[in-house]
Design a protein around this ligand. Structure first.
Ligand code: FAD
Length: 452
């Protein structure tokens, strides 16, 4: 990988798909790098993506019916961030409390505060003018080293859709990956008479009142939802695949919540058997089992695929070697600091497109990808965890930042991330309101004074 010596940078015609946090920061970085034409396609009528809460849910509560009307967001009404605002925000636009009606100054604010932050960000950097709202990209296809983008736009008179074609030098995909539910496979589930729902379609707990609920999963949202539902339901039984097979314990936070190992089978009499030997007759199974990457618009003749939730082949989670640099992805890594990673990946893409940074050859990128996949395999990491950053986050960020010659994560940001994860595990009920890392908050505020 090298930095080019060219002094005049190339300006390209770039399309960004999605105006969530990733698309907004990608648009800003592309503009900053001097790309004159940047068009952001957004199928919704406003910016914010995931952070645009709606009480609306899908017609199929499991989200499996391909004909269902898709609701983009997976937020529940009571959701507060699971990262402290200092570490969650973009690095050069701190997520501090800004004056204004209805602002939520909490360190772990509710979802509306995040949407407001993204709206402020878009306004501050003039991004809204670049967005074409209510334009859904339905196809992206490589034609003669350019990308043909087809988008569907509703006619202003409501009389059907127009399909519009446009050709770009590059496309940056920022369509989010928390919309297409992934469901746990349970032997016997087809005969089980209860109700199943995926957390994508969970908004409020009333539906669970006095019910016996089995909740599958152990992510931050699974923990939140078990506590919220626990306040309404008769019993909540958490099935987790990250605990030993003989695990069966009452949770300390609530006296009607139990933790089990995974489900072994479900039966037509309404019972569900766990690997720990217990059998529970349940009314509802709530799948908090995550999401699938999905790019229905990408037409790459099978070159870029989603295989067991691995999007590949991708060089460093961003560039498919054969289509690089024309096609790129922002925001695929998870278990990390999403907004700062989006920011750094966007800087990289913008600089590659302007020819300021030169990518390795296609062969070298492919070799790197294959080495990465082999390393995962040798370490026993399942394919579906390819984009799970975990402890790789710090090195990944430092590597991209050094290429772009921009600052990498501040020490306090990293420490805060790990402190929060620790508190979430030990005190899931109070981790947002009780903390001991005020020293890190102080360091963050000192750093923020550079930008505010
Ligand atoms: P999105 O926000 O999903 O935006 C994608 C955009 O693309 C959407 O606006 C969508 O309408 C648009 N789009 C999709 N397809 C098309 C198309 N074909 N044509 C045109 N437009 C299209 N992160 C944190 O940092 N802190 C948290 O506390 C946190 N909590 C979370 C809680 C939940 C329940 C979930 C689901 C996620 C949470 N996240 C959190 C992760 C969060 O999703 C990311 O932080 C971030 O908002 C994702 O941004 P994105 O731009 O990648 O995707």
């Amino acid at each position: 990988m090298q930095t080019s010596n060219t002094t005049s940078l190339t300006s390209r015609h770039v399309a960004v798909i999605g105006a969530g946090a990733a698309g907004l920061v990608a648009a800003r970085e592309l503009r900053r790098e001097g790309h004159q034409v940047v068009v952001v396609f957004e199928k919704d009528s406003q910016i914010g993506g995931t952070w645009v809460y709606t009480p609306q849910v899908e017609t199929d509560p499991l989200g499996l019916d391909p004909a269902r009307h898709i609701v983009h967001t997976s937020l529940y009404k009571s959701l507060r961030t699971n990262l402290p605002r200092e570490s969650m925000g973009f690095m050069d636009y701190p997520f501090v409390t800004r004056a204004g009606e209805g602002s939520d100054p909490r360190r772990f604010p509710g979802h509306a505060e995040v949407l407001k932050y993204l709206q402020d960000f878009a306004r501050e950097f003039g991004i809204e003018e670049m967005v074409r709202f209510e334009c859904e990209v339905v196809s992206v296809e490589m034609v003669d080293k350019k990308l043909k983008v087809k988008c569907k736009r509703m006619r202003p008179d409501g009389g059907g859709d127009d399909l519009l074609d446009e050709v770009f030098d590059a496309v940056v995909v920022c369509n989010g990956h928390f919309t297409q539910p992934r469901i746990a496979e349970i032997p016997g589930i087809n005969l089980w008479p209860g109700k199943q729902i995926h957390s994508h379609n969970y908004r409020t707990p009333e539906f669970f009142k006095d019910k016996v609920v089995i909740l599958i999963g152990s992510s931050a949202s699974a923990i939140d939802l078990s506590l919220e539902i626990g306040g309404n339901a008769k019993e909540v039984h958490i099935a987790s695949r990250s605990v030993a097979d003989d695990t069966y314990e009452k949770r300390a936070e609530c006296d009607n919540i139990w933790l089990h190992s995974m489900i072994k089978s479900a039966h037509k009499d309404g019972s569900v058997a766990f690997r720990d030997g217990n059998t529970i007759v349940a009314d509802i199974i709530l799948h908090c089992t995550g999401y699938k990457y999905c790019f229905p618009f990408l037409k790459t003749n099978g070159i870029v695929t989603v295989d067991d939730n691995r999007v590949g082949p991708l060089y460093k989670h961003v560039f498919p070697p054969i289509f690089a640099p024309q096609l790129s992805f922002v925001g695929l890594p998870y278990r990390n600091l999403p907004f700062p990673i989006f920011e750094i990946q966007s800087k990289w893409i913008s600089s590659v497109l302007s020819d300021r940074i030169v990518l390795p050859s296609q062969e070298d990128m492919m070799e790197d990808v294959n080495t990465f996949y082999s390393t995962l395999e040798d370490s026993g990491v399942p394919k579906h965890h390819t984009h799970n950053m975990g402890d790789r986050m710090i090195d990944y960020n430092a590597w991209v930042a050094s290429l772009c010659q921009c600052p990498c994560f501040e020490e306090w940001r990293v420490q805060m991330f790990y402190e929060t994860a620790k508190r979430l595990n030990t005190n899931p009920k109070t981790f947002r309101d009780e903390w001991e890392d005020d020293n890190l908050v102080l360091q963050a505020c000192e750093d923020f004074s550079k930008y505010i």
